[in-house]
Write a protein that binds this ligand. Structure first.
Ligand code: FPP
Length: 367
């Protein structure tokens, strides 16, 4: 496997234990850059429609300006969903450009969810800078999130075509799942035990649904019939599950320099992410000790001032109980199912290869 780093640091070097079995992914940086280049002008024009100061707050969130309002070239995210939408339009036989409104609509919903999620979780860092609620306050985080959500439908529905209506319906279904997944995720933080099945269902909702939707609405806007869109949606769903499994690994063992988030971010949040749930389900001494510690943590009034060492001890138990390896295997399994799903559609072979490369990137990413 080759090792290279893109202009925004999209390393394709194996980054975590999920990466053992994937193919070379060296062209992914170009795919992500293309998605970003084609969608950003439309995204910026959409954001400009927000009333002040929401337009400025959104520009800060996307990294176009800094906290002082000066132009910036900040980390606006990996743009995985736009890349998927454009490739799916091509898979349907259209030019990539046909997928742009879908790419932008999904990216708007994704960013709405990040703004609200950071506020709900009290997360202070995203994309290597302070979160919107931290800089501009909770009201702006809520309002700008709402604004991005509404803009997503503007972008689709002002096309005025039957395809845009079908795409908007798929976006609504995906957003409902995204919200369900978030509600499940939050409720699980307060539960002592969550099954692996419950965790996978939650992750399919909170992450799988929107990646799936990026694919299906890109395809619909590219002229695909519903069956073809459904096949690409299945690819995106399993890719989303792989994506979230890797996110769960990075949420415990990720390097903050790469992820742009705090150390041990998911442990600080008491997330019942896959490594934790799998470790608790494994049984054995490490699993039992972890269960005791997490049960005590749930009642501890000192949890917010836990040291790095205390989180490191919990991470070590999760790993010893097998939660890290199980999650890495799950990422690889979902990656394989996603690629297999692509066989259900006739598409130009270069597009199939690019969708495969994007799936490979998802399991080797460090951020
Ligand atoms: C309703 C509501 C509040 C829902 C929240 C749901 C939520 C935050 C799900 C997590 C999805 C996820 C993996 C985000 C990171 O995506 P990414 O790594 O592609 O982010 P990037 O754009 O920064 O690269």
């Amino acid at each position: 496997m080759s090792s290279t780093t893109g202009t925004r640091g999209e390393s394709v070097t194996p980054a975590n234990p999920a990466s053992d079995t994937v193919a070379d992914t060296t062209d992914v940086t170009a795919l992500l850059e293309r998605g970003r280049a084609l969608s950003t002008p439309v995204l910026r024009a959409a954001v400009d429609r927000l009333a002040p100061p929401m337009d400025t707050v959104a520009a800060y969130h996307f990294g176009w300006i800094d906290a002082q309002g000066r132009p910036a070239d900040g980390d606006g995210g990996k743009a995985v969903r736009p890349a998927l939408a454009l490739l799916s339009a091509e898979a349907a036989g259209a030019a990539a450009e046909a997928g742009i409104p879908g790419a932008v609509a999904v990216e708007l919903v994704h960013n709405f969810s990040l703004l609200h999620d950071d506020l709900m979780d009290g997360d202070e860092q995203r994309r290597h800078r302070d979160t919107v609620w931290k800089v501009h306050g909770p009201a702006q985080a809520i309002l700008v999130g709402d604004g991005l959500f509404a803009l997503a439908y503007d972008i689709l529905l002002e096309l005025g075509t039957a395809e845009a209506g079908r795409a908007a319906q798929r976006l609504t279904t995906a957003t409902r799942k995204l919200i369900d997944g978030q509600a499940q995720d939050i409720s699980y933080e307060h539960r002592e035990r969550v099954t692996v099945e419950e965790c996978l269902e939650m992750e399919g909702n909170k992450t799988g649904a929107l990646l799936a939707c990026a694919c299906s609405i890109g395809a619909v806007l590219g002229g695909a019939d519903d069956r073809t869109a459904d096949v690409l949606e299945a690819y995106g769903h399993h890719l989303g599950l792989a994506f979230q499994a890797v996110d769960d690994l990075l949420g415990i063992w990720g390097d903050p320099e790469s992820t742009g988030k705090q150390t041990w971010s998911d442990l600080r949040q008491r997330k019942k992410s896959l490594p934790v749930v799998a470790a608790l389900a494994a049984g054995g001494p490490a699993s039992e000790r972890l269960g005791e510690l997490l049960a005590a943590d749930a009642k501890s009034s000192d949890f917010d001032s836990f040291s790095e060492e205390e989180f490191a001890a919990r991470a070590a138990l999760i790993e010893e109980a097998g939660g890290r390896e199980w999650t890495a295997q799950e990422a690889r399994r979902q990656h394989a199912v996603a690629i297999e799903a692509l066989h259900g559609v006739d598409m130009p072979e270069p597009v199939r290869a690019q969708l495969t490369a994007l799936a490979d990137f998802v399991v080797v990413r460090k951020r």
